[in-house]
Ligand binder design. Sequence first.
Ligand SMILES: [Zn+2]
Length: 126
Amino acid sequence: MSEFITTPEEVEEIFGKYFTYDELKCKCGCDKLKLNIKMAYLMLKYRILINEPIIPTSVYRCNNHEYYSLNHDGYAMDIPFKNTKHVYYLVYNLMVIGIKRIGINYDKHFIHWDINPSLPEALFGY
Ligand SMILES: [Zn+2]
């Protein structure tokens, strides 16, 4: 298997019922996906650990996307949260699986996390 997951078949094989291709793909209309394999297995581990459904806010964003960001180049996901207690639960468990780059957006109610090797360790708000 290559370093990145790109097809619905690979998503099905790794995530089974936990995440679908449509949830992970770019939302600009191109329907593309590029997801680092290590990131994919961390997402699966995290989903099983927290034991609650996640509909990701954003995973992959292609180069054409108006919201393109280095943060979403196959090493990241944004997930929604309900309230500050939920933020604590989600962030705590990200740390349990060893995630060292986490951002919390209280305005838009999502948590960003990534393992992008070119970005620094951080816990930030925005
Ligand atoms: Zn796109």
